[in-house]
Design a protein around this ligand. Structure first.
Ligand code: ATP
Ligand code: MG
Length: 353
């Protein structure tokens, strides 16, 4: 059973008296302990989707349709949970955030309040969101300490520090610890490594993998870096202009992308091909969401596009259907059978195919 089921989710922003949709009908299931990566260029709607799932959109943002179901199995003492996140209000919504699903926000390295010690910020969060009501001081210290140790920080040092006394990498680890402190079953990480140097990025990605194995949460990892995302994700979904346009295993998307946009994203990453290829960037720019063209929104940038692409948006089509419980490969491209990744085309040429 998925822990999160998202159906036809639509999110808009009000601007100049209009509502412009930034998320335009997204569907996916997230299973317990699964890592889903959302990748795509700037402005494709990744953060909007993440914020919408937690109902944390800014004032101008609005969920305009769809469903987000959250499910947790029952236990000895607890009843099974199954509700639509979009209908939660007040206390129930506050508890859903952080104790069921938590998020590390994009650019969050400065999310700590600069004038409060880290320990106080852990205490505030836990008091505001703990499902069992008020927690004692000892309990708070113990849980905070436990989470900090699991991100390899020394609680004795960190809890008494002010945010500016920690390095960027330490602050990011502390934020991940803070997101985990109420043991959420879903953790959303929005570009958690973008501002960090490569070694620190790697350390954080490795650490997230270990934490997921240990603690069993499901993870949504948002990144514009497909290579990084595919290292830690069971499933990767590419977003373009507010939609998921391809979804499959990391291998599917990396080795055999079937949407020209995903293929372009891979082409735009020079390192993974061992230097043999020039990095190719995707020509053109994403469409204006307020004036979307008919048909496929990528068609004007696409070298595979045919006339039908300019009138028809096919939605996700099955590329590789796999047995229930396994990740299928789907792409929203009429011409998916023709799509070749730049590196594959080159290999084929070399092999004389
Ligand atoms: N607060 C806002 N008010 C109005 N429009 C917004 C707001 N936040 C985002 N948008 C618009 O919504 C669209 C999606 O933005 P979003 O931040 O979700 O993209 P993203 O994929 O997270 O990009 P990035 O990789 O740069 O973080 C963009 O067109 C953006 O301009
Ligand atoms: Mg973003």
């Amino acid at each position: 059973m998925p822990v999160l089921s998202v159906r036809d989710l639509r999110i808009g922003y009000r601007s100049g008296g209009r509502l412009v949709e930034a998320v335009r009908g997204v569907d996916f299931d997230l299973y317990p302990n699964e890592a889903l990566a959302l990748v795509g260029e700037s402005g494709s709607g990744k953060s909007t989707l993440g914020l919408g799932l937690l109902r944390l959109l800014p004032r101008t943002g609005q969920i305009t349709g769809g469903e987000v179901r959250y499910r947790a199995p029952g236990g000895d003492q607890v009843e099974a949970t199954d509700y639509d996140v979009l209908s939660l209000e007040g206390t129930r919504l506050r508890r859903f955030r952080w104790s069921e699903a938590a998020m590390v926000f994009q650019g969050a390295m400065n999310a700590f309040n600069p004038v409060l010690r880290i320990g106080e910020q852990f205490a505030d969060t836990m008091r505001a969101h703990a499902p069992e009501g008020r927690l004692g001081r000892e309990d708070i210290r113990e849980r905070a300490g436990d989470c900090l140790r699991s991100v390899r920080l020394e609680p004795g040092q960190v809890l008494g520090s002010y945010p500016h006394e920690l390095s960027g990498g330490m602050r990011q680890r502390a934020l991940i610890a803070l997101a985990m402190v109420l043991e959420p079953r879903v953790l959303i990480l929005d570009e958690p490594t973008t501002a960090l140097d490569l070694l620190t990025q790697r350390a954080i990605v490795d650490m997230l993998q270990e934490l997921r194995a240990e603690r069993g949460f499901a993870m949504i990892f948002i990144s514009h870096d497909l290579a990084l995302a595919s290292e830690l994700a069971d499933r990767v979904a590419t977003m373009y202009a507010g939609r998921i346009i391809e979804s499959g295993t990391a291998d599917d998307l990396f080795r055999e992308p079937r949407h020209p946009y995903t293929a372009g994203l891979i082409g735009a990453v020079p390192t993974v091909h061992g230097g043999a290829l020039e990095p190719v960037s995707i020509p053109g720019a994403p469409p204006d969401l307020a004036r979307l063209p008919a048909g496929c929104s990528f068609a004007s940038r696409c070298s595979y596009a045919v006339d039908e692409c300019r009138t028809t948006d096919p939605g996700l089509l099955m590329v590789t259907d796999r047995p229930a419980g396994e990740t299928s490969h789907e792409a929203a491209c009429l011409r998916w059978e023709a799509v070749r990744m730049p590196a594959m085309a080159l290999q084929d040429e070399e092999a004389g195919k």
